[in-house]
Design a protein around this ligand. Structure first.
Ligand SMILES: Nc1ncnc2c1ncn2[C@@H]1O[C@H](COP(=O)(O)OP(=O)(O)O)[C@@H](O)[C@H]1O
Ligand SMILES: CC(C)(COP(=O)(O)O)[C@@H](O)C(=O)O
Length: 278
């Protein structure tokens, strides 16, 4: 019997990187939005693990690592309207969805042990960190809402809070960025900017300050690309709030900020709750 899970997309507005030898303790601090545009993951038992995204066979180390950590071989099918590699945490969503769904078989399986949510989040987080494709998406996607990552790492190491509310969000994507390349490079500057952004947001925990701190972070960390910068400016000129999604060539805006600025191709969704097995 196939098992299913839904995991929200997650855009990070700003983050600092906190490496550790133990992937469950490694992670990021920062803030972002969990989005109703996410990934639906279906897991079916199989002789060996394969991964498909929207029907196409692909490789996604975060997913293979997660299932290997659980001792499961399965066919994993991920369905999403989100682009991969564009800053929506799709790899983390696929890993967390695969872990939540794969665990559904554990109660009736002689070699598998049923796990709690925190345990499954820790498995997916460590798998994603090991793959190099993310640091904080999994814990944020498990929580949902507007997650604030106060301390890095998976449960029981990390610590989360959130901003209240579930605003509408629009986004537009101009392409991907290689997350692994950026987070395994020199993160000194980025981390300094991320820590300053988090301190600013905790001092004034509002969505508008989240957006302003995210804009400052993208500038200070030197991650802006021309098209992203121009689009954020367009939304600001039209009176809206926008910032860059880390780590992709993606702009997200509150409300209908992108449509108001003339970006008819913008997609619309809203902030939503955390990942669930279906
Ligand atoms: N079609 C695809 N395009 C880009 N990456 C893909 C695709 N299919 C699978 N992948 C894998 O997905 C992961 C993307 O990770 P990352 O760049 O962090 O993206 P995201 O921001 O969506 O989490 C990598 O492991 C990559 O090998
Ligand atoms: C920003 C990032 C390090 C990567 O995000 P993505 O490219 O969407 O996988 C994220 O995991 C975070 O810790 O905030």
């Amino acid at each position: 019997m196939p098992a299913r899970a839904f995991v929200p997309g997650h855009v990070t507005g700003f983050f600092s990187a906190h490496p550790h030898d133990d992937p469950a303790r490694a992670g990021s601090r920062g803030a972002g939005l969990a989005l109703s545009d996410g990934v639906r993951v279906t897991v079916t038992p199989a002789d060996r693990t394969t991964v498909r995204v929207n029907g196409e066979r692909t490789t996604m180390a975060a997913v293979t690592n997660a299932l290997a950590r659980l001792g499961v071989d399965a066919r994993v099918e991920c369905e999403t309207a989100l682009p991969v590699s564009a800053g929506f945490g799709v790899s983390g969503a696929c890993a967390l969805g695969a872990a939540l769904a794969a665990d559904a078989r554990a109660p009736s399986h002689p070699d598998l042990r049923p796990r709690t949510e925190n345990e499954l989040v820790a498995v997916a987080h460590a798998a994603e960190v090991e793959a190099g494709t993310g640091l904080g998406d999994v814990v944020a996607q498990a929580r949902g809402g507007v997650p604030l990552r106060l301390e890095p790492g998976a449960p029981p190491h990390g610590r989360l809070d959130g901003l209240p509310g579930c605003p509408e969000v629009e986004y537009v994507t101009f392409g991907g960025l290689d997350t692994a390349e950026i987070i395994t490079g020199d993160t000194t500057r980025l981390t300094r900017a991320g820590e300053a952004a988090l301190a600013r947001l905790l001092d004034d925990p509002t969505l508008d300050t989240f957006m302003a701190a995210s804009r400052a972070f993208a500038r200070e960390a030197d991650l802006l690309t021309d098209r992203v910068e121009a689009t954020v400016e367009d939304v600001r000129s039209a009176g809206g709030e926008a910032a860059m999604a880390m780590l992709g060539r993606t702009v997200f805006a509150l409300g209908d900020g992108l449509s108001e600025a003339g970006y008819d191709e913008a997609r619309s969704c809203r902030v939503t709750g955390g990942a669930t097995r279906l």
